[in-house]
Design a protein around this ligand. Structure first.
Ligand code: AMP
Length: 368
């Protein structure tokens, strides 16, 4: 992008019913944000380069254009009252350009912190939050020393653009440095010491325009093939640990000056000294592990996000029931008829036309 815009200051505006919220990204998260906005009387305009975006089906307006298309971004910004995003890899230049015209919530800072694993780890460490020990890796020659310092096994991860286990490989005794470097796409990386966790969990919370916060109950997450398969709430942990997770999430959101929903993925480690949390990564957005809130809580993560970015009061989330969220991945979604007929099951489908292996097609919340 040619022009280097300076990030604008958020003017603190509140979006009244009838106003338009712009959403960058047209996947299922954007779709569910748009549905929640509609319920509150807000219109949405979704901006996404993919002409086949699931969120387009449920929003008043959409733009198909690249995130680098300045003219399209300016037109989009002129037609909305605030902009939010459904993914953390929005280019910084895009968010900066938009923020000079219209409030972007969450802001550019949330993107800076979460787009680069090295920046993210240092940020968390700077807050005194426990993270896996790590070393920056700029080439295969760095691996031997880093592995010696951290011990094996260790996890090599690209600094940028990794998700669902992509851009990631495990190093074990006798590893081949050149092969590992190639496996992650030969890009700047970090090596992380292996965390011997008992379970993976996440804290999803909202921070409002006034700085108020409201956390959902901690979610316990189970992955298969690096993709979230199931989320169970309540999570199997001591109440003090759950409270610590919520406090950690609030600390991160406050430090970023976040507005909107934010998620911190965590490892729970159990050892002789009890339970402790290790932060893995920050998602400055609504999150798959928060989908249970749609059916088992008094406010969903999507509505809470809309409330926050629109400058509305946050709701106080209350969980009604124990719940298990299962992702419908690839061909799983073909069982829609059986799931729809299952007592206690709440089916959510994303309207994606093409079923592909590993593609998130929908999810089901089962109240327990
Ligand atoms: P990430 O892309 O960082 O979310 O990592 C994907 C998955 O890899 C996590 O959900 C964990 O199951 C596993 N993993 C990542 N980093 C570590 C680590 N340092 N120690 C142990 N397991 C890890």
């Amino acid at each position: 992008m040619s022009a280097v815009a300076t990030a604008g200051r958020d003017d603190g505006r509140v979006l009244a019913p009838g106003a338009t919220l712009g959403i960058l990204g047209g996947g299922q998260l954007g779709r569910m944000i748009a549905l929640a906005a509609a319920r509150l009387g807000l219109r949405t305009h979704v901006y996404c380069p993919d002409p086949d975006s699931p969120a387009f089906d449920v929003s008043a307006a959409h733009t198909v254009a690249a995130y680098e298309d300045e003219a399209a971004l300016r037109t989009f910004a002129a037609g909305v009252d605030a902009v939010t995003y459904e993914f953390e890899n929005v280019p910084l230049a895009t968010a900066t350009l938009l923020s000079a015209i219209v409030p972007v919530r969450p802001g550019v800072r949330a993107l800076e912190v979460s787009q680069d694993r090295l920046v993210e780890k240092r940020f968390l460490e700077g807050l005194g939050i426990a993270v896996a020990p790590f070393r920056p890796i700029d080439g295969p020659a760095d691996l031997a020393d880093a592995a010696a310092a951290l011990g094996l096994p260790a996890v090599l991860k690209t600094r940028r653009l990794g998700y669902d286990g992509k851009g990631q490989t495990m190093l074990r005794e006798g590893f081949d440095a050149a092969a590992a470097w190639t496996a992650i796409g030969a890009a700047p990386a970090i090596l992380e010491g292996f965390v011997p966790f008992s379970l993976e969990c996440s804290i999803v919370l909202a921070r409002g325009l006034d700085g108020g916060t409201a956390a959902f109950d901690v979610a316990e997450n189970h992955h298969e093939h690096h993709i979230l398969r199931r989320t169970v709430v309540p999570a199997a942990m001591a109440p003090e640990t759950a409270a610590a997770a919520a406090a950690l999430g609030v600390q991160v959101a406050d430090a970023i000056g976040h507005v909107g929903v934010l998620t911190v993925e965590l490892f729970l480690v159990r050892d002789a000294s009890g339970e402790r949390l290790v932060a893995n990564e920050i998602a400055p957005r609504v999150h798959n592990s928060g989908h249970w809130t749609e059916d088992a809580a008094s406010v969903s993560q999507f509505e809470q996000h809309v409330r926050a970015v629109a400058g509305w009061p946050l709701a106080a989330p209350r969980r009604f029931s124990a719940v298990e969220m299962e992702n419908l991945i690839g061909a799983d979604a073909q069982a829609w008829r059986e799931i729809a007929g299952e007592p206690g099951a709440r089916l959510h489908l994303y309207g994606k036309r093409e079923i592909r292996a590993g593609r998130k097609m929908g999810h089901v919340n089962r109240l327990r």
